[in-house]
Design a protein around this ligand. Structure first.
Ligand SMILES: CC(C)(C)CCc1c(C(=O)O)[nH]c(=O)[nH]c1=O
Length: 309
């Protein structure tokens, strides 16, 4: 079976890539993803200036996934624009994730990315911090609309958004209605971690990460059904947009499920953090094996064809 696919008219060897934030903060990590068999890669969400991020421990792997409250540690947007300027786009697509600390910061970064005239794809993180006392833009539909109106106008090129998970059909409907208003909003990545979970260690009777009294974003097995739901909800509601699936991928079968739900590309976070870039070889092997067993030779034969009962 052949895993070749395309994204916004760009050919890719396969649909797999890292999730923003995982194995992508430093150039050496990004180089390892370029050398790996990943079909594409994305940089750590960046801010105007370099950030140390939160105190450690700020990430913990668990039997069923992970919890993190990293606090946006990153080298600052110029670092990632420099990396993007040196990337070989013939080899594989590069995405730049942006998570400015304010709308203005986002506009500054987006303008710089536009000025650089690079073939990199912009993934705007809508879980970015916003005004104190207000929810993240992904959960504040007025702010989300405002962000998109200004970024879409300023960037004027195709871009995408990274969405937090939604759990209510009215939220799927409202978010999709906003996203569909922006013609150059070309792709939607679902989902970011499930926010503010709390993992407790029974023996120590303590939280397991230091920041935010132990509250942090969940990844891994905990989030797969929610990730698949959000991929399929936006796939159904935004026929003109390309969906990137993210959340809970650990096996070739999980990749298959994301594709069936309507994803074009599939991002790997927690499992990549734990296994390293060789995971992309394993996932492709497992996906090919599953496709062969089912008699599929290409992804387009089943992508988006989730059956209902
Ligand atoms: C949570 C924020 C720090 C506001 C954004 C960056 C981010 C982080 C992070 O850097 O803590 N972790 C996630 O799982 N998703 C994210 O989008």
């Amino acid at each position: 079976p052949d895993l070749a696919t395309s994204f916004l008219e760009q050919p890719l060897d396969n649909p797999l890539m890292n999730a923003a934030g995982v194995w992508c903060t430093l150039a050496a990590q990004l180089d390892a993803l370029v050398e790996s068999s990943a079909g594409a890669l994305v940089t750590k969400s960046c801010t105007l200036s370099r950030r140390d991020g939160n105190a450690e421990p700020r990430y913990r792997a668990l039997p069923l996934g992970s919890i993190n409250s990293m606090g946006l540690p990153n080298e600052g947007y110029a670092y990632y624009l420099d990396y993007a300027a040196c990337h070989d786009y013939e080899r594989k697509p590069l995405f730049v994730s942006v998570s400015g600390l304010s709308l203005d910061d986002n506009l500054t970064i987006v303008a710089a990315l536009r000025e650089a005239v690079l073939p990199a794809f912009l993934e705007l993180n809508l879980s970015c911090p916003n005004v104190e006392g207000k929810p993240q833009p992904g959960y504040d539909f007025e702010a989300m609309d405002q962000f998109l109106a200004e970024v879409a106008t300023a960037y004027r090129r195709p871009f995408g958004v990274k969405l937090p998970p939604y759990f209510d059909f009215v939220h799927f409907d409202t978010a999709a209605e906003i996203l569909n208003r922006y013609d150059n909003l070309a792709f939607i990545t679902c989902i970011n971690s499930i926010g503010n979970g709390l993992v407790i260690d029974t023996d120590s009777e303590s939280t397991v990460i230091r920041p935010k009294d132990g509250f942090g974003g969940l990844g891994g097995d905990y989030v797969l059904p929610t990730a698949l739901a959000n991929v399929n909800a936006f796939y159904r509601r935004c026929p003109g947009k390309t969906i990137i699936g993210c959340g809970g991928v650990q096996t070739g079968a999980h990749v298959f499920q994301h594709l069936l739900a309507g994803a074009t590309l599939v991002q790997v976070g927690t499992a990549l953090h734990e296994e390293g870039p060789s995971i992309f070889d394993r996932l492709q092997h497992e996906l090919r094996e599953l496709m062969a067993k089912k008699g599929y030779s290409r992804i387009e034969e089943f992508r988006g064809r989730l059956k209902t009962l």
